[in-house]
Design a protein around this ligand. Structure first.
Ligand SMILES: [Zn+2]
Length: 477
C-alpha cells in the first residue's frame, strides 16, 4: 500500500479588540444583551453608509508586518454575497482580489525538532457576522447581531503543513505573537480566535494535491490536532480501499471525537464578489507602513533569541518563557531583583507554572510579585532556607500574597546551619537509633542516609543537609 502524507492549510479568523465595529460606532466588545450593540449600519438597514475604522487599518498592518507580510499599496473592499439569517445585509464586506497583505511567514519547529517555515498566503480585513442561537427556543432559532460588523483579520496559510504537530505549532506561534501585539483577546471560547482547517492526503512523492476537506467547529488548538489525526486515518482508510475522497466541509464533533459531513464545498465564484461601491479605495503611504513597522514590539521569536544570548538560557527555556508575554515580562522583572536567570527560570517554569495550572490561575491573577521570586532564589543561595523548604515557602507566597522573607520569618523556616545546633541534632539522632549506628560502624554506608533523614525530620526539613551529614560523620567517626 502507498505511503501517504497530509497536506494542511489553516484559515484563522482573528477578532480585533477595537472599541468600535469595523464600519460603525457600535461597541465591538464580546457579550452584552442580545442585539444591544447594533445600529442601522450593522443591522444592514437601507440607505446607510459604512465608515472604515482607522484603528483596524493600523492594527491589521501590525499583524501583517509581525508575520513578515507585504502590505498592499492600495486598500480596496469587496462584497461577498451569500444569504444567511445572521447576515442581515445579504453580503459581507471583505477583501477579495486586493487583500491587506500577502506573502508572509511564520517559523515553527517540526516534529523532528528542525526549523520549518510556514508561508502565509494572505491576510485580509472583513466584518464578522452575527450569531444564531439554536438552543434557547424549542421551535425556532434566535439571532443576536452584536457580533455583526466586528472587525476580523483573516489569515490564510499556504498548504505547507504536513502533520497535526506542525498545525499545532503554527497556531500556537501565531497566537503567541498576536498576544504580544495586543490587538486581540485571542480567546477561542469567546470566538475571538477561530480556526478552519483544509486537509487532504497524497502519496508521498506526488506533486498534485488530493481533494480538499474543510473542517469547521474547532474550538481549541487541541481539537485541531485531534481532528487532523482523525482525518488522516479516515482519508487514508478510504484511499487504501480505492474510494474517492469527496471535496466537502466536515464538522468536528467534540463529544464523539469524529468529523462528520456537513455540505459539499462551494466555490469562490458562488459568492459573486464585486467591489464595494460605498467604500472608496485608497492608496497606502509607504511612510505609514514604515512607522507601523518601526513601532512593532519585540516579538516572541526575537525575545527568545535575546534571552538565549543575554541570560545564557537554552533554546527550550527561552521558548517556554517567551511564549506568553506576561510570563516573559515577569521573568525579566524577577531577574532585575536578583540576577540568577537559570534558577529563576526553573522556578517559574516548574513550581510556579504547576501551581497556576493546578488552580486554573494566571500570573496576573495572583498576588505574586516578580521580585519575590528573585528574593526566594537569593534566600536559597544565602543558605537562609533549603531548596526543599523553598518549595513550601513558594506555595505559601502564592496562596497568601506575601514576600518570602515574611513567610520564612512568620513560620520560622530559616535553615539550621550553625554547627552547635546541628551537633545537638546529630547527637539526639545517634542516641535514638543505636542499632543503625552499629550497622553503620560495621560498614553499612546506607545507614548514614537513614540517620540524615531522621535529622531532617526532627528539624522539619530545616537542617542544612550537607552540614548535618558532616556533623553526623564527625560524631560517628
Ligand atoms: Zn452598528
Amino acid at each position: 500500500m502507498a505511503e501517504y502524507e497530509m497536506v494542511i492549510g489553516l484559515e484563522v479568523h482573528l477578532q480585533l479588540k477595537t472599541q468600535t465595529k469595523l464600519f460603525c460606532g457600535c461597541p465591538a466588545a464580546f457579550g452584552g444583551e442580545p442585539n444591544s450593540h447594533t445600529c442601522p449600519v450593522c443591522l444592514g438597514l437601507p440607505g446607510v453608509l459604512p465608515v472604515f475604522n482607522e484603528q483596524v487599518f493600523e492594527w491589521g498592518m501590525r499583524v501583517a508586518l509581525a508575520f513578515n507580510c507585504e502590505i498592499a499599496p492600495r486598500m480596496k473592499f469587496d462584497r461577498k454575497q451569500y444569504f444567511y439569517p445572521d447576515l442581515p445585509k445579504g453580503y459581507q464586506i471583505s477583501q477579495f482580489d486586493q487583500p491587506l497583505a500577502q506573502k508572509g511567514y511564520l517559523d515553527i519547529v517540526d516534529a523532528k525538532g528542525n526549523p520549518k517555515r510556514i508561508r502565509i498566503h494572505r491576510m485580509h480585513i472583513e466584518e464578522d457576522a452575527g450569531k444564531l442561537m439554536h438552543d434557547n427556543h424549542a421551535t425556532s432559532s434566535l439571532v443576536d447581531l452584536n457580533r455583526a460588523g466586528v472587525p476580523l483579520i483573516e489569515m490564510v496559510s499556504e498548504a505547507d503543513m504536513r502533520d497535526a504537530h506542525e498545525a499545532y505549532q503554527y497556531l500556537t506561534g501565531l497566537k503567541s505573537a498576536i498576544q504580544y501585539l495586543d490587538v486581540s483577546t485571542c480567546n477561542m471560547e469567546e470566538g475571538s480566535l477561530r480556526c478552519d482547517t483544509n486537509v487532504s492526503i497524497r502519496p508521498v512523492g506526488q506533486e498534485a494535491f488530493g481533494n480538499k476537506v474543510e473542517i469547521k467547529n474547532l474550538n481549541s488548538f487541541r481539537s485541531v490536532k485531534l481532528a487532523l489525526e482523525y482525518e488522516r486515518q479516515r482519508q487514508i482508510g478510504m484511499a487504501d480501499q480505492g474510494i474517492r475522497i469527496p471535496q466537502e466541509t466536515r464538522l468536528w464533533d467534540e463529544k464523539k471525537q469524529v468529523t462528520e459531513s456537513m455540505r459539499s464545498k462551494e466555490e469562490a465564484s458562488d459568492y459573486r464578489y464585486f467591489p464595494e461601491p460605498d467604500l472608496v479605495p485608497f492608496t497606502v503611504d509607504a511612510a505609514v507602513v514604515e512607522s507601523v513597522r518601526k513601532n512593532l514590539p519585540e516579538l516572541p521569536a526575537q525575545k527568545a533569541e535575546r534571552f538565549q544570548k543575554e541570560y545564557e538560557l537554552s533554546a527550550y527555556d527561552a521558548d517556554v518563557l517567551t511564549q506568553q508575554k506576561n510570563i516573559a515580562e515577569f521573568f525579566e522583572q524577577a531577574i532585575a531583583a536578583y540576577a540568577k536567570p537559570k534558577p529563576i527560570a526553573n522556578w517559574l517554569m516548574g513550581d510556579v507554572s504547576a501551581y497556576l495550572n493546578a488552580q486554573g490561575l494566571t500570573i496576573e491573577s495572583v498576588n505574586f510579585k516578580p521580585e519575590w521570586l528573585g528574593q526566594l532564589v537569593e534566600l536559597i543561595d544565602k543558605g537562609t532556607i533549603s531548596g526543599k523548604i523553598a518549595k513550601d515557602v513558594l506555595n505559601k507566597m502564592l496562596e497568601q500574597g506575601q514576600s518570602p522573607a515574611k513567610i520564612v520569618e512568620q513560620e520560622g523556616l530559616q535553615q539550621i546551619g550553625d554547627a552547635d545546633s546541628l551537633a545537638a541534632v546529630a547527637a539526639e539522632v545517634i542516641e535514638a537509633h543505636p542499632k543503625v549506628v552499629d550497622e553503620f560502624r560495621a560498614g553499612k554506608e546506607s545507614s548514614l542516609m537513614f540517620l540524615v533523614g531522621q535529622g531532617m525530620r526532627k528539624t522539619k526539613g530545616r537542617a542544612n543537609p550537607k552540614q548535618l551529614t558532616d556533623a553526623l560523620k564527625q560524631k560517628l567517626g
